[in-house]
Design a protein around this ligand. Structure first.
Ligand code: 4AD
Ligand code: MG
Length: 459
């Protein structure tokens, strides 16, 4: 099939360049997003998928087939021949005067979507139709641009993109949240070995590349068998994990800040229509919030300081669900949010966590109690990003790994410390959590095309 039709996206580009003129002929194929008429004139909100904005089609009782066109149904796919009419004084800068239109694919009466707002829960259940709903149309466009911006940032700076494996033999985080890989569901035998599982993080596999290429990153799907049924946890999510050699925690945090600002700025600049939509329909002020991030420098606070602040707040009557605050505790989301939303009122790096609550590969600080780790906390989400300087001392790492019981399976990882090792650091940014933050959508199930969460695998 030769695709000779025009695209709405290109019409908007021509308009911007003053290359769209009254009377220009167009041929479009797309979908009806609304159709109303008063007997002598009718309007179709039309979208061909190539841009977020709809285009208005106008038909009058002089248009051939007025009656049939006035019955074009919501969501039908149609073809249209017509001509451009510039309307600079109207909300839509141009419309298309229909000369001929035909239905390509009609819509049966059981079509579940209507031209009204549906609840997110309802839409989740029809994930295969969600891309047509405005919110999700905008979201998937932003998701696409954001993924591109991530590669752009790293590629412009000479980082090497590494494809780390999805099937692996180790639980990188050591938190016991791996999905097992078995060969045959009816007779579950291990295809590889007793430990084969889906990756929880590409970090351990990207570190050897950092020790050869210096600046590297991996960006791919990761899997966690966490039974936490929250709005921020998914069983499958994408993670961006840069790993940089000859770099300490400070360098790591600087990279995180520069990276985050770059991709936020990229989305604000390249998805203005979508971001305006989120700003009016989902979270009022989200654009200002993002601009504030761009213009702020991220605060740093030690874990110990955070505990002191939380303890004081609890003693002064602040009600946390987990109200027993003590040094050594793992911070709950409510604590993280209190720090970022009410104390700092912006993004903050929490650093130097007790070693007991962090992963085995993190660099032990000279106090022998804390590790050179950082979590980036942001308002509305809490932890969005976690990183650390990696333990580069062979003996210290071996001790931690012996405690963890993974020395044997990760011998190669330990060896890196005696084969020309160096100070190196990295972080992991949850792509889906970042999207929640950028769009104001408050449930991770609403930022993924096909969310996987405990008990939910419909598509
Ligand atoms: O803090 P995490 O577990 O860190 C790591 O996996 C390190 N290996 C990263 C590194 O240093 N290379 O996960 C990193 C980020 C979190 O900050 C969070 O944004 C996201 O991944 N994340 C999740 N997102 C959605 N659903 C889940 N279940 C998530 N678990 C973590
Ligand atoms: Mg973390």
């Amino acid at each position: 099939m030769e695709r000779t039709m025009d695209l709405c996206r290109e019409l908007f580009v021509k308009l911007r360049k003053n290359e769209l003129h009254d009377g220009d002929k167009v041929f479009l194929e797309g979908w009806v997003r609304g159709n109303r008429d008063n007997g002598s004139v009718g309007f179709i909100e039309f979208n061909d998928g190539t841009c977020f904005k709809n285009v208005q089609l106008v038909y009058t009782n002089e248009t051939t087939g007025y009656e049939a066109i006035s019955h074009f149904k919501y969501a039908a796919s149609i073809s249209v021949k017509g001509s451009i009419k510039l309307t600079p004084e109207n909300k839509q800068p141009f419309e298309i005067l229909v000369e001929e239109a035909a239905v390509l694919g009609d819509v049966s009466d059981d079509y579940p979507l209507q031209k009204k707002r549906h609840s997110f829960e309802f839409l989740r259940d029809i994930a295969y139709l969600r891309p047509r709903a405005n919110t999700f149309n905008a979201l998937y466009r932003v998701r696409n641009k954001l993924a591109f911006a991530i590669h752009l940032f790293f590629q412009e700076r000479g980082f090497m993109y590494v494809h780390t494996p999805i099937i692996t033999g180790n639980d990188a985080e050591g938190a016991g949240q791996c999905f097992k890989v078995v060969e045959d569901l009816k007779n579950p035998t291990e295809f590889f070995n007793a430990n084969s599982c889906l990756t929880v993080s590409g970090q351990l596999h990207v570190e050897p590349f950092a020790l050869a290429f210096r600046d590297t990153y991996t960006f791919g799907p990761t899997f966690r068998a966490e039974h936490s049924n929250t709005s921020r946890h998914a069983s499958e999510f994408w993670m961006i994990e840069p790993e940089i050699a000859f770099a300490d925690l400070e360098d790591d945090m600087n990279l995180m800040e520069e990276f985050l600002k770059f991709i936020i700025n990229y989305v604000l600049t390249n998805c203005p229509d979508e971001m305006n939509f989120f700003n009016t329909m989902i979270e009022k002020g989200v654009i200002d919030k993002m601009n504030a991030i761009l213009n702020s420098s991220f605060k740093r606070m030690t874990y110990t300081e955070a505990i002191e602040i939380l303890d004081k707040a609890a003693k002064n009557g602040k009600k946390f669900e987990y109200n027993n605050i003590f040094w050594g505790m793992d911070l709950q989301s409510e604590h993280e949010r209190y720090i970022t939303e009410e104390v700092v009122k912006g993004p903050v790096f929490l650093i130097n966590y007790p070693k007991e609550i962090k992963s085995f590969y993190m660099k032990l600080n000279s106090d022998n109690k804390t590790v050179a780790a950082c979590d980036l906390l942001v308002p509305g989400v809490g932890e969005i990003c976690g990183g650390s300087q990696r333990e580069d001392n062979y003996d210290l790492l071996k001790t931690r790994m012996d405690e963890q019981g993974n020395t044997e399976i990760l011998e190669w990882y330990l060896n890196l410390r005696k084969y020309g090792g160096c100070i190196h650091s990295g972080f992991g940014l949850g792509f889906d959590r970042l999207l929640m933050y950028l769009t104001g959508l408050s449930n991770i199930r609403d930022v993924q095309p096909y969310p996987r969460t405990p008990g939910s695998l419909k598509y």
